[in-house]
Design a protein around this ligand. Structure first.
Ligand SMILES: Cc1cc2nc3c(=O)[nH]c(=O)nc-3n(C[C@H](O)[C@H](O)[C@H](O)COP(=O)(O)OP(=O)(O)OC[C@H]3O[C@@H](n4cnc5c(N)ncnc54)[C@H](O)[C@@H]3O)c2cc1C
Length: 409
């Protein structure tokens, strides 16, 4: 069987793997991207300005989006408008752009083993690749780590339909979160259609092939099955579930692990969702992975340049994937997730109306995994201070000591 030689093997051709391999190619690093070649089927939303820092590697950011919108609504007991450009990625255009200069091999990696001062990557077809550094961008849970007991604090789940045209009413305008309860006749506060006691919101945006509306559970444990949300989605749109699915261009089932711990490097250095880049309070990771490319690809290029025979300094690459400051920020985001998990529908609705009352640059920082830790701590403290007493009690409920430390000036 054949053996290829290269410096870096990136395993996993999702958004993170393709982007990092592209970053390596742009820096002249000898590399191979190995992946299943599967198309990206998820609808990837992202704030447009999130990608600007990586424009050097990604090229014109505007062209990466199939659709952008300058405003998004948040609907709680009132309607707030977020004036920050948000978009849905053009998956094929992004993938084509990233892969244009990448050595991409369609294959499944069976295992990665240390070999001399480097690694041997064994593929399902029996061939191997000899290299000096392996990046694990196989998503979450990692496709390179034997499946053990998977510990996930919580799951974001959703069911979505893409309709040929915008739905009538408010959801026919771009909406990030609509927390209005969906009720059968006469009911009072909480939604009474769909799983009882489960807080959801509607996400409604234009996409390349129509208009996507999703009924979303931000975070729950155990996971709420996406199909159990169909009745509530249909009722929210004033439709019968069967006719809604009948009219849909396509449907989307979302399951995202929330708050999964930061992986530690084994034979491969993780990147993207495999490294724990999924934001514990939003479920997003694509923007963070694309934005991290300049930092991580630079670290890979300098580690490789250390000389052909030298073992590659993987710790330097890992420090670029998860810089110390970002780990501190993660502690606050995990705290945020635990607070959100304690809130019912009303609590979430009040939390987000308070959160999005902050100046745009403040709430935007909280939504980034690489924001400065002090900024995150002060945003959380400000949300706490501007919340009602009943919400404060629930936010503080689980861990008042941690909250007290957070609030200490
Ligand atoms: C339906 C859905 C909607 C989402 N929406 C958003 C969103 O709007 N915005 C956002 O930021 N995030 C979103 N996410 C969350 C998250 O960002 C995505 O999961 C994203 O795809 C993670 O990118 P990744 O490249 O790290 O991993 P993945 O996209 O999971 O890519 C990993 C790749 O590795 C390949 N692979 C796995 N094992 C092997 C192996 N052994 N050998 C070779 N190849 C292998 C897989 O086939 C896959 O192509 C969504 C997730 C889902 C499921």
């Amino acid at each position: 069987m054949t053996t290829r030689l290269t410096d870096v093997v990136v395993v996993g051709d999702g958004p993170a793997g393709c982007a990092l391999a592209h970053g390596c190619a742009r820096r002249g690093v000898d590399h191979v991207l190995v992946g299943t070649g599967l198309p990206w089927t998820a609808t990837y939303g992202c704030w447009v300005d999130e990608l600007e820092p990586a424009a050097g590697d990604l090229g014109s950011v505007a062209d990466l989006f199939a659709v952008t919108m300058s405003e998004l609504a948040i609907v709680t007991d009132r309607r707030q408008i977020l004036s920050r450009s948000y978009g849905v990625l053009d998956n094929d255009a992004v993938r084509d752009r990233l892969l244009a200069d990448v050595d991409h091999q369609w294959a499944r990696v069976e295992r990665v083993e240390a070999a001399g001062s480097g690694y041997q990557v064994a593929l399902a077809d029996g061939s191997t690749i000899q290299c000096r550094l392996v990046i694990d961008a196989t998503g979450w849970p990692s496709g390179l780590v034997p499946p053990g007991r998977i510990e996930v604090p919580a799951w974001q789940t959703a069911i979505g339909v893409v309709l040929p045209a915008p739905p009538p009413g408010d959801l026919g305008t771009p909406t990030l979160m609509d927390f209005r309860p969906v009720r059968a006749g006469g009911a009072t506060r909480e939604s009474t259609i769909g799983p009882a006691g489960v807080a959801t919101f509607a996400y409604s945006v234009p996409v390349q092939d129509g208009w996507l509306v999703e009924e979303t559970v931000l975070a729950a444990r155990p996971a709420v099955e996406p199909i159990s949300l169909l009745a509530r989605l249909a009722a929210r749109l004033g439709r019968h579930p069967d006719s809604l699915l009948g009219d849909a261009v396509r449907s989307e089932y979302v399951r995202i692990p929330m708050g999964a711990s930061i992986a530690s490097p084994s034979v491969a250095v993780p990147f993207g969702a495999a490294a724990g880049y999924i934001h514990p309070a939003t479920g997003f990771s694509v923007g963070a992975s694309l934005r991290a490319v300049p930092r991580v690809a630079d670290a890979i290029a300098s580690a490789i340049d250390a000389g052909p025979k030298a073992a590659v300094d993987r710790d330097a690459v890992w420090e670029a994937v998860w810089p110390t400051a970002m780990r501190r920020t993660r502690v606050f985001h995990d705290m945020g997730l635990n607070m959100l998990l304690r809130l019912d529908a009303e609590g979430q609705s009040e939390f987000f109306s308070t959160f999005f009352d902050l100046p745009t640059e403040r709430w935007s920082a909280f939504l980034r995994i690489d924001a400065v830790p002090a900024d995150i701590a002060s945003v959380m403290a400000e949300v706490f201070r501007t919340s009602s007493w009943s919400l404060r009690r629930r936010l503080a409920g689980g861990n008042p000591a941690a909250l007290a430390r957070l609030l200490r000036p």
